[in-house]
Design a protein around this ligand. Structure first.
Ligand code: FMN
Length: 189
Protein backbone atom coordinates (compact mmCIF):
# COMPACT_ATOMS: atom_id res chain seq x y z
CA UNK A 1 0.00 0.00 0.00
CA UNK A 2 1.35 3.44 -0.92
CA UNK A 3 0.97 6.00 1.83
CA UNK A 4 0.76 9.70 1.07
CA UNK A 5 3.90 11.42 2.30
CA UNK A 6 3.79 12.63 5.85
CA UNK A 7 3.79 16.02 7.48
CA UNK A 8 5.01 16.43 11.05
CA UNK A 9 3.42 19.03 13.29
CA UNK A 10 6.19 19.59 15.84
CA UNK A 11 5.10 21.07 19.18
CA UNK A 12 7.88 23.25 20.57
CA UNK A 13 6.92 23.47 24.25
CA UNK A 14 7.66 20.71 26.76
CA UNK A 15 6.55 22.56 29.89
CA UNK A 16 4.65 20.44 32.44
CA UNK A 17 1.73 22.86 31.98
CA UNK A 18 1.47 24.02 28.40
CA UNK A 19 -1.01 25.02 25.76
CA UNK A 20 1.20 23.97 22.88
CA UNK A 21 -0.45 20.61 22.35
CA UNK A 22 -3.86 22.29 21.99
CA UNK A 23 -2.46 24.72 19.44
CA UNK A 24 -0.73 21.85 17.64
CA UNK A 25 -3.97 19.80 17.61
CA UNK A 26 -5.83 22.73 16.03
CA UNK A 27 -3.08 23.12 13.42
CA UNK A 28 -3.07 19.37 12.73
CA UNK A 29 -6.85 19.31 12.25
CA UNK A 30 -6.57 22.08 9.65
CA UNK A 31 -3.66 20.28 8.00
CA UNK A 32 -5.67 17.06 7.70
CA UNK A 33 -8.43 19.07 6.07
CA UNK A 34 -6.23 21.02 3.65
CA UNK A 35 -3.69 18.33 2.77
CA UNK A 36 -4.13 14.81 1.50
CA UNK A 37 -1.08 13.72 3.48
CA UNK A 38 -0.65 11.83 6.71
CA UNK A 39 -0.30 14.37 9.51
CA UNK A 40 1.34 13.47 12.80
CA UNK A 41 1.74 15.62 15.89
CA UNK A 42 5.18 15.32 17.46
CA UNK A 43 5.44 15.94 21.20
CA UNK A 44 9.14 16.50 21.87
CA UNK A 45 8.56 15.17 25.38
CA UNK A 46 8.23 11.72 23.81
CA UNK A 47 11.61 11.91 22.13
CA UNK A 48 14.06 12.07 25.07
CA UNK A 49 16.83 13.76 23.12
CA UNK A 50 19.56 14.66 25.63
CA UNK A 51 20.76 18.25 25.36
CA UNK A 52 23.43 18.23 22.63
CA UNK A 53 24.08 14.60 23.54
CA UNK A 54 25.75 13.35 20.35
CA UNK A 55 29.57 13.21 20.38
CA UNK A 56 29.89 13.80 16.63
CA UNK A 57 28.87 16.56 14.25
CA UNK A 58 25.25 16.10 13.15
CA UNK A 59 25.91 16.71 9.44
CA UNK A 60 27.97 13.48 9.34
CA UNK A 61 24.92 11.48 10.41
CA UNK A 62 27.05 9.10 12.48
CA UNK A 63 24.65 8.97 15.39
CA UNK A 64 25.61 7.04 18.54
CA UNK A 65 22.39 7.40 20.51
CA UNK A 66 19.36 5.28 19.68
CA UNK A 67 17.16 8.30 20.48
CA UNK A 68 18.91 10.31 17.76
CA UNK A 69 18.66 7.43 15.29
CA UNK A 70 14.93 7.15 15.91
CA UNK A 71 14.54 10.93 15.55
CA UNK A 72 16.56 10.79 12.33
CA UNK A 73 14.27 8.09 10.91
CA UNK A 74 11.16 10.04 11.86
CA UNK A 75 12.31 13.37 10.41
CA UNK A 76 14.00 11.73 7.42
CA UNK A 77 10.80 9.95 6.42
CA UNK A 78 8.68 13.13 6.55
CA UNK A 79 8.34 15.46 3.59
CA UNK A 80 7.11 18.58 5.32
CA UNK A 81 7.00 20.18 8.75
CA UNK A 82 4.86 22.57 10.71
CA UNK A 83 6.58 24.06 13.74
CA UNK A 84 4.18 25.17 16.48
CA UNK A 85 6.05 27.22 19.04
CA UNK A 86 5.51 29.65 21.88
CA UNK A 87 7.69 32.69 22.30
CA UNK A 88 9.96 32.51 25.34
CA UNK A 89 11.90 35.70 26.07
CA UNK A 90 11.79 36.72 22.41
CA UNK A 91 13.08 33.36 21.23
CA UNK A 92 11.74 29.86 20.83
CA UNK A 93 12.14 27.09 23.45
CA UNK A 94 15.49 25.37 23.92
CA UNK A 95 14.08 21.83 23.43
CA UNK A 96 13.01 22.80 19.93
CA UNK A 97 16.50 24.08 19.11
CA UNK A 98 17.95 20.90 20.59
CA UNK A 99 15.67 18.76 18.44
CA UNK A 100 16.67 20.75 15.35
CA UNK A 101 20.38 20.61 16.19
CA UNK A 102 20.40 16.84 16.67
CA UNK A 103 20.03 16.36 12.90
CA UNK A 104 21.11 18.15 9.75
CA UNK A 105 20.62 16.53 6.35
CA UNK A 106 17.23 15.14 7.42
CA UNK A 107 15.81 18.70 7.43
CA UNK A 108 17.36 19.86 4.18
CA UNK A 109 15.13 20.90 1.31
CA UNK A 110 11.92 20.29 3.22
CA UNK A 111 9.14 22.87 3.26
CA UNK A 112 8.05 24.20 6.64
CA UNK A 113 5.32 26.36 8.10
CA UNK A 114 6.00 28.38 11.24
CA UNK A 115 3.15 28.82 13.71
CA UNK A 116 4.24 31.04 16.59
CA UNK A 117 2.17 32.30 19.49
CA UNK A 118 2.66 34.79 22.30
CA UNK A 119 1.54 38.07 23.77
CA UNK A 120 2.24 39.96 20.55
CA UNK A 121 1.91 36.94 18.32
CA UNK A 122 5.41 35.67 18.91
CA UNK A 123 6.86 37.59 15.99
CA UNK A 124 10.42 37.65 17.32
CA UNK A 125 10.40 33.91 17.93
CA UNK A 126 8.99 33.34 14.43
CA UNK A 127 11.76 35.44 12.90
CA UNK A 128 14.48 33.59 14.80
CA UNK A 129 13.05 30.23 13.86
CA UNK A 130 12.82 31.22 10.19
CA UNK A 131 16.49 32.15 10.22
CA UNK A 132 17.51 28.83 11.81
CA UNK A 133 15.36 26.79 9.43
CA UNK A 134 16.98 28.62 6.52
CA UNK A 135 20.38 27.74 8.00
CA UNK A 136 19.28 24.10 7.96
CA UNK A 137 18.41 24.52 4.26
CA UNK A 138 14.72 24.11 4.89
CA UNK A 139 12.16 26.06 2.87
CA UNK A 140 10.05 28.21 5.23
CA UNK A 141 6.75 29.13 3.62
CA UNK A 142 5.98 32.76 2.82
CA UNK A 143 2.98 32.83 5.16
CA UNK A 144 3.86 32.62 8.85
CA UNK A 145 1.32 32.44 11.66
CA UNK A 146 1.72 34.84 14.57
CA UNK A 147 -1.08 33.93 16.94
CA UNK A 148 -1.84 36.61 19.54
CA UNK A 149 -2.30 35.15 23.00
CA UNK A 150 -4.56 37.23 25.24
CA UNK A 151 -2.80 38.74 28.25
CA UNK A 152 -5.35 37.25 30.68
CA UNK A 153 -4.72 33.81 29.20
CA UNK A 154 -0.97 34.22 29.67
CA UNK A 155 -1.48 35.33 33.27
CA UNK A 156 -3.88 32.44 33.97
CA UNK A 157 -1.09 30.06 32.83
CA UNK A 158 -3.56 27.42 31.75
CA UNK A 159 -2.76 23.83 30.83
CA UNK A 160 -5.30 23.93 28.04
CA UNK A 161 -7.08 26.38 25.73
CA UNK A 162 -9.69 26.13 22.99
CA UNK A 163 -7.33 27.05 20.18
CA UNK A 164 -10.04 26.89 17.51
CA UNK A 165 -11.99 29.60 19.36
CA UNK A 166 -9.02 31.71 20.46
CA UNK A 167 -7.42 31.79 17.05
CA UNK A 168 -10.51 31.63 14.85
CA UNK A 169 -9.59 34.93 13.11
CA UNK A 170 -6.29 33.32 12.05
CA UNK A 171 -7.78 30.17 10.58
CA UNK A 172 -7.87 31.44 6.99
CA UNK A 173 -4.26 32.45 7.22
CA UNK A 174 -3.37 29.03 8.64
CA UNK A 175 -5.08 27.33 5.71
CA UNK A 176 -3.25 29.61 3.28
CA UNK A 177 0.10 28.64 4.83
CA UNK A 178 -0.82 24.95 4.71
CA UNK A 179 -1.84 25.33 1.08
CA UNK A 180 1.61 26.74 0.32
CA UNK A 181 3.13 23.75 2.10
CA UNK A 182 0.94 21.34 0.15
CA UNK A 183 2.13 22.77 -3.17
CA UNK A 184 5.73 22.05 -2.15
CA UNK A 185 5.11 18.42 -1.21
CA UNK A 186 5.72 15.58 -3.64
CA UNK A 187 2.56 14.38 -5.39
CA UNK A 188 0.98 10.97 -4.82
CA UNK A 189 2.64 7.95 -6.34
C1 FMN B 1 10.11 30.99 29.96
C2 FMN B 1 8.96 31.78 29.40
C3 FMN B 1 9.21 32.94 28.70
C4 FMN B 1 8.15 33.67 28.13
N1 FMN B 1 8.42 34.76 27.36
C5 FMN B 1 7.43 35.35 26.66
C6 FMN B 1 7.71 36.36 25.70
O1 FMN B 1 8.84 36.73 25.43
N2 FMN B 1 6.68 36.91 25.04
C7 FMN B 1 5.39 36.49 25.24
O2 FMN B 1 4.49 37.02 24.61
N3 FMN B 1 5.09 35.55 26.14
C8 FMN B 1 6.08 34.96 26.86
N4 FMN B 1 5.79 33.97 27.75
C9 FMN B 1 4.38 33.61 27.97
C10 FMN B 1 3.96 32.51 27.00
O3 FMN B 1 3.53 33.10 25.78
C11 FMN B 1 2.83 31.70 27.59
O4 FMN B 1 3.22 31.23 28.87
C12 FMN B 1 2.46 30.50 26.73
O5 FMN B 1 1.39 29.83 27.33
C13 FMN B 1 3.64 29.55 26.59
O6 FMN B 1 3.31 28.45 25.77
P1 FMN B 1 3.22 26.96 26.39
O7 FMN B 1 2.15 27.02 27.46
O8 FMN B 1 2.78 26.11 25.25
O9 FMN B 1 4.56 26.61 26.93
C14 FMN B 1 6.82 33.24 28.33
C15 FMN B 1 6.57 32.06 29.05
C16 FMN B 1 7.62 31.33 29.57
C17 FMN B 1 7.33 30.05 30.32
Amino acid sequence: MIHACSVLVIAGSVRPKRICLDVAAWVAAAARDVLSNQVEVIDLKDWALPMDGEPGLPHRGDYRLEATRAWSRKVGAAQGMVFVTPQYNWGYPAPLKNALDHLYTEWAGKPAVIVAYGGHGGDRCARQLREVLTGLHMRPMRTTLRLPLRRDLIEADLASIDAAVEFAPQERRLRRALGQLGRCLPGPG
